[in-house]
Design a protein around this ligand. Structure first.
Ligand SMILES: [Zn+2]
Length: 243
C-alpha cells in the first residue's frame, strides 16, 4: 500500500496542482469519446495505451473483457454501464479490447486453472463460444498461436454479445454507434484492430483503422486460418433493406 499512498501525494503535487484548470473543467461533467471494455488485468492500462486523459474513456472492466448477453429481468453491472454509456452519455463508439497473456483466457482454455474458483468458472462460461470456435476451427494450432486466436475470437464473441443489448441494437440500427474489436499485444505494446473486410486483426494505423496508414503493412497478431471473416462487424444500418 505504500506505493499507493505515496502516489496520492505525488499526484496532488505533480499532476493535479499544475493542471488545476483542466481538472476544474472535468467537474462540470464528462463527455467521453468511447466506452472502453477491457480486462481487469493490472497490466492493461487503457489511458496509457491510448494516451488519453481523464474524461476521455468511459471504462468497463472485468475478468476476460466479457459482455454477458442481454438477459431480460437480470440486472448486471455490464448491462447498466453499456446502456448508460449510450443513452446517458451519448457515446458513439464502443471498443472491446482483449490482450495477450490473458489469465482469464488461459482459464477458458484450461478449466483446471479454476478448479477452486467456482464463481470465476461460472463467469467464464460467457467466453465458452470462443473456446469452442478455437477447438473447431483452429485445432491444428498449439501453444502461443492458439492462445492468441482465443483472445481474438473472444473479443469477437463479446462484440456479438454487445449487439444483444437493446440500447446497442437500437443505436446500431440508427447508425449512431460503431463497434471496434481490438487486441493489445502485451509483449510489444502494439494494438491490433479487427478489419471486417479481411477478417484479420491488423496493426493499428494512425489513420484510425487497421488498413493503410503507416502501419507495418500486413502485420497480424495471429493470422486467422480459416479467416475470421465469417463474423463481419457491420457498423452500417440495415434498416432500408427490408420491404
Ligand atoms: Zn485478461
Amino acid at each position: 500500500m505504500e506505493k499507493l499512498l505515496s502516489g496520492i501525494h505525488k499526484f496532488q503535487a505533480d499532476v493535479f496542482v499544475p493542471n488545476r484548470d483542466f481538472f476544474r473543467k472535468l467537474v462540470d461533467g464528462q463527455h467521453p469519446q468511447a466506452l472502453f471494455i477491457t480486462c481487469s488485468d493490472s497490466r492493461m492500462v487503457p489511458d496509457l495505451i491510448c494516451q488519453t486523459d481523464p474524461g476521455d474513456l468511459f471504462v468497463l472492466r472485468n475478468a476476460g473483457n466479457i459482455v454477458p448477453p442481454y438477459t431480460p429481468n437480470m440486472p448486471s453491472g455490464e448491462a447498466a454501464t453499456i446502456e448508460y454509456a449510450i443513452r446517458g452519455l451519448g457515446i458513439r463508439n464502443i471498443v472491446v479490447c482483449g490482450h495477450t497473456r490473458c489469465g482469464a483466457m488461459q482459464a477458458v482454455a484450461d478449466p483446471s486453472c479454476t478448479a477452486n474458483m467456482p464463481r470465476v468458472r461460472q463467469w467464464l462460461e460467457h467466453a465458452q463460444a470462443g473456446a469452442e470456435i478455437v477447438c473447431t476451427c483452429y485445432n491444428h494450432l498449439t501453444g502461443e498461436p492458439r492462445a492468441k486466436v482465443l483472445v481474438q475470437e473472444n473479443v469477437l464473441v463479446q462484440i456479438e454479445h454487445l449487439r444483444t443489448h437493446p440500447a446497442v441494437a437500437a443505436a446500431l440500427a440508427s447508425g449512431e454507434l460503431k463497434l471496434h474489436a481490438w487486441v493489445y499485444k502485451m509483449e510489444t505494446g502494439e494494438v491490433f484492430v479487427y478489419d471486417p473486410a479481411t477478417g484479420q486483426f491488423n496493426l493499428a494505423s494512425k489513420g484510425g483503422d487497421s488498413r493503410g496508414g503507416d502501419s507495418k503493412c500486413g502485420e497480424k497478431l495471429a493470422p486467422a486460418a480459416p479467416p475470421l471473416s465469417r463474423r463481419i462487424v457491420p457498423n452500417e444500418p440495415l434498416a432500408a433493406r427490408v420491404g
